[in-house]
Each structure stands twice: as structure tokens, then as C-alpha cells.
Write a new protein. Sequence first.
Length: 294
Amino acid sequence: MQPVVHVAPESDRAIEDAVLAAGGRIGPLEEAAALIWLDSNPESFPDALPDGLRWVQLPSAGVETWLDRIDRERLWTSAAGAYGLPVAEHALTLMLAGARRLADCARAATWTAPPVRPLDGATVLIIGAGGIGRALMRLLAPLDVRVVAVTRRGRDGTLPAERMPEALPEADHVVIAAPATAGTRHLIGASELDAMRDDAWLVNVARGSLVDTDALVDALARGAIGGAALDVTDPEPLPDGHPLWSEPRALITPHVANPAATLRRYLARHVQENVARFAKGEALLSPIDPEAGY
Ligand SMILES: NC(=O)c1ccc[n+]([C@@H]2O[C@H](COP(=O)([O-])OP(=O)(O)OC[C@H]3O[C@@H](n4cnc5c(N)ncnc54)[C@H](OP(=O)(O)O)[C@@H]3O)[C@@H](O)[C@H]2O)c1
């Protein structure tokens, strides 16, 4: 089968080449069996879709803002897993920056001696062992690091979500790589922060809503944890004057873990694999489960 695929709301050379390489044909929405949607903002998405459309591919790994657009008439897939490597690379950057106290050094205007530690020998708790979490495990493999991973249901030897609290007190680094769902909102709140070691670092590359920001600000001010390195915040963008900007134990990057310059390249690979599977009638990567919220 050579499925007709519509790419919207704009055309994109890399994505269209991926469709063609997978054996698809680019065509108008009215004739399409599949829609590759490239805008991460649901507001621009069409209100109605043709009856013949059987699959919608969204461009984002996190789909919490799409849930009320997803119908049960057709299959919807996200880009979960597609950006695992670049986001894991950023998580590793933030972990190293925390362990090596780079923010302290960058802010210092005099010769100081921050409490630098190696990552080597550390225990790393990774909450969410999907595309990002597994890529981070691969990046950490050359280091002598003990990894404890958590998934929703505890698959493949990981801890199930309800057992995450028991791993918190051992972790030197707690890395959040799970989706924003009703079940993960404020996954890290006051009691989880208090359960962490007072020299442990919290890294969030997933979504700001997984951390209770007020509880984090309080924990940082009390020295309850070593520090927090955040690519995502709640609220986002983090407003000027927010206490996290002036907190010496906080390091903020402005949601840049998945760089815009390479995003389409990773999405194109995901699209190519999914169009090839669609053409062969095989199960697609990253189907969205509206009940689970990701
Ligand atoms: N900062 C950025 O620029 C950026 C870029 C891409 C993605 N993200 C965010 O990162 C999230 C993860 O991306 P991904 O590609 O790794 O997604 P993914 O492949 O779907 O992996 C998500 C992982 O989280 C686990 N999970 C779900 N609910 C959980 C819970 N309550 N407790 C613990 N783990 C739970 C899943 O468990 P199962 O294996 O059991 O399903 C899965 O292992 C996305 O949803 C998105 O919000 C951020």
C-alpha cells in the first residue's frame, strides 16, 4: 500500500522526504489516510477531519494540551521517544552542572570553593524510563553510576510509580522524564523534597507541572536539597522576578533541551518509521492513550 499522507499546517522538506522514503505519497487532506501535523499549538488544528483519515501524527512528545482534540475515530500518535537523545543530553548537562556547581562558579565574582562532586559513583533516580530516560541511561553507561528507574507500571525491571518514594532518599540526582498527566501533577512536592538527601540535585527536563514550584522554592531556601536544575518550569515562561531566578541553588534553562535547530530532523526519523509501519499495517510508535494522558 502507498498511503496518501498530508503534511500541515506548512510543508516541510525533511518531513516530506521522510514520508516518500517510507513509501508514502504526499497529497491533499481530503484524499489522505494520514495527517502529519507540525504545529505544537493545538489552536491551529482543524476543527473537523475527513472521514477517510485513519491516523494523525502530532509533533510533540508531551500531548497534555491535545487531549480534548483527540477523537476515537482514528489512531493518534505523539512524538514520544523521538527526542530522547537530545533531551537526555541536556539532562546529563544539568546533572553535571549540578554536581560540578557550574552555576555557583558562573555567578561568582571572586575565587570560591564550591562543594564540587563527581558524577562517578553517584546514584541516579530517573523518573520515566521512556525515550528520554532510556537515552539518559545509555549516556550514563560509561560512568560508574547506579541507576534506579521508574515507569508507570514498573515494566522491564523498573520500579512502578507507587514505589518511587522509597528510592528518593538514596539518590544523588533525581531526574524527571515522565509525561505531564493528571497522575504526575506535583509528583515532586514538599514530602518528596524532604525525603531527598540535603545534597541531592533535582533535574527536570519533562514538564514544569511535575514539580510543586512553591514547595521547591521553600526546599531550596531551607537547604533541604542540594539544588535544582530545570529546563521546564511552572509557570512557564518563568516570570521575571520569580524567586527561582535569584535562588543560588537553582539553575534554569529556558525549555531548550530539545533544540529547535534539530527538532525536525528527529521528528522526520520518527515520521519515516511510522509511515513505513502504517504502509505495512503494523503497530505504530507512540500511540496516544487518552485515558493515561500520554
Ligand atoms: N524539555 C523538552 O524540551 C522536552 C522534550 C521532549 C519531551 N519532553 C517531556 O518529556 C516527557 C517524556 O518524554 P519521552 O519521549 O521520554 O516520553 P515516553 O517515551 O512516553 O516516556 C515516558 C515515560 O514516563 C513513564 N511514566 C508515565 N507515568 C509515570 C508516572 N506516574 N510515574 C513515573 N513514570 C511515569 C512512562 O512509563 P511507561 O513506560 O510505563 O509508559 C515512560 O517510561 C514528555 O511527555 C514531554 O512532556 C520535554
